[in-house]
Design a protein around this ligand. Structure first.
Ligand code: RIB
Length: 300
């Protein structure tokens, strides 16, 4: 069997309005442009990895509806193995409502639909695929019990697991112990550690707190500031290129997809992090989630 990356996670259709500013509660903002884009953290990461040359199997659950069918068609066009995407006849496909402001900042609300129905029992046909993967990448837009199931399955066979803990939620120590690499942003790192991340010193403190839970490698993504890497006790910071962001949606997803591809291609973690930052920096210069993920030639 060819080596491959397994991504287990969500697939959404993003309903996006680009406007001058994000509305406050109770406020209506006029003047926006509407776009319907392929999204979902799991799907975005799978597409980002595939575009950068990764051999990707994507495991997800989509509704038996037009959004689900369109999403699967797009994954196939990206060369992703969709053989373990489960059709859900009871729930609609996931949908995200996204507002993006003039600076590229966003706010997102997700109707999880079929993503919330992806249960451990659904993954039984894919167990051997997870156990024989080169790397497994998961996020938190599917039930936590499913994430735990995937992580335990992979860890039992010494398959490295990368956990992107997004969206933020408290995680049990038993789960964290079985993770090889965790990639929170500042908000997620703060929620997981109780340490408010406001700069390099607090980011390092949060990373060390996560490492103390038994995680070998901690990467805290810090937006325009770049990323912190704590690997085997040694801390490094990597700057991000200066760019004019138009949409930061999925920047973290592109980072994670690129990171696993670099590791899959046997780059060291010190090479993989700047590669992932470069990919994410390209994505923020373009609108959309999957649409913004770069191809390998754009990074070279
Ligand atoms: O990380 C960005 C993604 O979060 C969007 O594509 C949206 O679908 C939500 O899942």
């Amino acid at each position: 069997m060819k080596p491959y990356i397994v991504v287990v996670g969500s697939s959404n259709t993003d309903m996006v309005v680009k406007a001058a500013l994000l509305p406050a509660p109770g406020e209506t903002v006029l003047g926006g442009t509407f776009m319907m884009n392929a999204g979902g953290k799991g799907a975005n990461q799978a597409v980002a990895a595939a575009r950068l040359g990764g051999n990707v199997v994507f495991i997800a659950k989509t509704g038996d509806d037009i959004f689900g069918r369109q999403a699967i068609e797009l994954f196939k066009q990206e060369g992703i193995d969709t053989g373990f995407i489960i059709p859900d006849t009871e729930n609609p496909s996931g949908v995200a409502l996204i507002t993006v402001d003039a600076n590229g900042e966003n706010c997102i609300v997700v109707a999880s639909g079929a993503n919330a129905a992806l249960k451990p029992a659904d993954l039984q046909p894919a167990e051997h695929i997870i156990e024989n993967a080169s790397l497994v990448l998961v996020q938190l837009e599917i039930p936590l019990e499913t994430v735990e199931y995937v992580v335990n399955l992979a860890a039992a066979k010494n398959v490295p697991v990368v956990l992107n803990p997004a969206p933020a939620c408290p995680l049990p120590d038993d789960l964290l112990r079985n993770i090889s690499i965790i990639t929170p942003n500042e908000t997620e790192a703060a929620l997981l550690t109780g340490i408010k991340v406001t700069g390099r010193d607090s980011a390092e403190a949060a990373a060390r707190a996560l490492a103390a839970k038994g995680i070998e490698t901690v990467i805290i993504t810090m937006g325009a500031e770049g990323a912190l890497l704590l690997h085997n006790g040694v801390c490094d910071f990597f700057d991000a290129p200066v760019c004019d962001a138009v949409d930061t949606t999925a920047a973290g997803d592109v980072f994670n997809g690129a990171l696993v591809v670099a590791l899959f291609n046997e780059q060291t973690i010190l090479e993989a992090v700047p590669f992932a930052i470069r990919a994410a920096s390209i994505s923020v210069c373009r609108m959309g989630a999957q649409a913004s993920a770069p191809y390998l030639h754009e990074l070279n």
